[in-house]
Design a protein around this ligand. Structure first.
Ligand SMILES: Cc1cc2nc3c(=O)[nH]c(=O)nc-3n(C[C@H](O)[C@H](O)[C@H](O)COP(=O)(O)OP(=O)(O)OC[C@H]3O[C@@H](n4cnc5c(N)ncnc54)[C@H](O)[C@@H]3O)c2cc1C
Length: 420
């Protein structure tokens, strides 16, 4: 009998863990990703703010499976899934058959119907996004350096982050640090006190989903760092020269979107029931209704825990679901019955800046240095390749001691023009 084919779409936290669990089994595993690398998204903001290099947080997917001969890696974008014919189709036209399919395509930023905002306010999801944001910040500082009038250079020293979730908080905190710290000493024409960082949030607090005390702590910490946190402030319009709120227009070319996610085109077109943000509703074993051989995991899936609370779009959920699915498929080949997926919540945390974070670990609420240390160790520990892990840890310690930002190159000519 031919070996069964498992096709995995997406080499993120979920997909990689399925493939790793099926290493050296009788399954023929194909992992397809439109990027050639696994990306450690939780450290993307460090690339966007010039603390780490892209290579520190990305590993070629192929290199992870060098020794796992039953795992094949394909670079390509899946544009269609045929559930009845059991094939997936790539953008280039290739058709790949499957016996089991795992959809682990993650999520995309949601501009709530205002897709034209994306050009002026990129989200932070890929290496390309991080580099685009980094270069925008650097180019803007170069522009400010050339302008002698204080008012005229103000927009170039203004930064707006939209969305007060963990990504927005990390990003605003990190920009506030570079704006107020050593990097500014390299510029002669403006003073670091001229920079303004705004965090804009439609709700009445930041880090919604965290406990009230941690959310309040994050707000207080950001404020102390000099971030102007604008709560209850839904965005009305985004233009290339700024952000329109109800009572205020903030003039700046530096706008970053971190306000909500939706499904990908692939999952949106799958014809399955989704929640309000486009996550596919899955069964207890992560399969989709009426198709026990097709699974959706990670950010792309909607799954409720025993208390009926939907699991959050975070890396541990995707990783645990990936491992669970690997085990399920191994058991399947032995004829063992499927057990339902159960998420073990080991805690939630978010960083705000250097030595500043909040963490809720099994009811224990931590803030400040200890929360930050735990965040750092856990996140660096999870980096896929050991080489990266070691280097990132060293860089991290170096930045902590010196406050220096390492990677400040402007490499793409098209990003050099920043107008307001
Ligand atoms: C900036 C940022 C900061 C974050 N910080 C944290 C944090 O501190 N802690 C935490 O736990 N979580 C954090 N998260 C969330 C976490 O990264 C996600 O929950 C996790 O990556 C989800 O894993 P996944 O496997 O479902 O999807 P992803 O890791 O997003 O992987 C999806 C993969 O699918 C590929 N893909 C998508 N569509 C296709 C297609 N059609 N064809 C082929 N390939 C495709 C993509 O290229 C990608 O490689 C953060 C996310 C971001 C963006």
């Amino acid at each position: 009998m031919p070996n069964k084919k498992v096709v995995i779409i997406g080499g993120g936290f979920g997909g990689m863990n399925v493939a790793k669990s099926l290493a050296n089994t009788s399954y023929e595993v194909t992992i397809i990703d439109k990027a050639n690398h696994h990306l450690f998204q939780p450290l993307l903001y460090q690339v966007a703010t010039a603390a780490l290099s892209p290579g520190d947080i990305a590993t070629p997917i192929r290199s992870v499976f060098t020794k796992q001969k039953n795992v094949k890696v394909v670079l390509g974008e899946v544009v269609e899934v045929s559930k009845t014919d059991q094939v997936v189709q790539l953008a280039e036209g290739d058709v790949i058959p499957f016996d089991y399919l795992v959809i682990a395509t993650g999520a995309e930023y949601n501009y709530f119907g205002n897709d034209d905002w994306e050009k002026s306010a990129p989200g932070l999801k890929s290496l390309d996004d991080a580099l685009r944001i980094r270069e925008r910040i650097l180019v803007s500082l170069e522009q400010a350096e050339k302008i002698h009038d204080l008012e005229d250079r103000k927009p170039y020293l203004t930064f707006v982050v939209i969305g007060g979730g963990p990504t927005g908080v990390e990003m605003a905190g990190s920009i506030a640090e570079i704006a107020k710290r050593n990097m500014m000493r390299d510029y002669r024409n403006f003073h670091r006190n001229e920079t303004n960082v705004y965090l804009v949030e439609a709700a009445s607090g930041v880090l919604n989903g965290f406990s009230e005390s941690l959310s309040d702590n994050a707000l207080e910490t950001l404020t102390k760092m000099g971030v102007h946190v604008l709560l209850n402030s839904p965005v009305e319009e985004i233009r290339k020269d700024g952000v329109q709120l109800k009572n205020q227009f903030i003039e700046t070319p530096n706008i970053i979107w971190a306000a909500g996610v939706s499904g990908t085109d692939l999952t949106n077109n799958l014809g399955e029931e989704t929640d309000r943000i486009g996550r596919i509703k899955v069964n207890e074993d992560l399969s989709i209704p009426n198709h026990p051989n097709i699974f959706v995991i990670g950010d792309a899936a909607y799954f409720e825990d025993e208390k009926g609370k939907p699991l959050a779009g975070v890396a541990p959920v995707a990783m645990q679901q990936g491992k669970y699915l690997g085990k399920l498929l191994k058991n399947e080949s032995n004829g063992t019955n499927r057990k339902p997926f159960k998420y073990v919540d080991k805690g939630t945390m978010a960083t705000i800046g250097r030595a500043k974070a909040v963490a809720d670990i099994k009811g224990f609420k931590l803030t400040g240095f200890f929360a930050w240390l735990i965040w750092g160790v856990i996140h660096i520990f999870f980096l896929i390749g050991f080489r990266n892990r070691f280097r990132v840890f060293a860089e991290w310690i170096w930045h902590y001691i010196t406050f220096k930002r390492g990677v400040r190159l402007i490499a793409h000519k098209e990003n050099r023009e920043v107008e307001t």
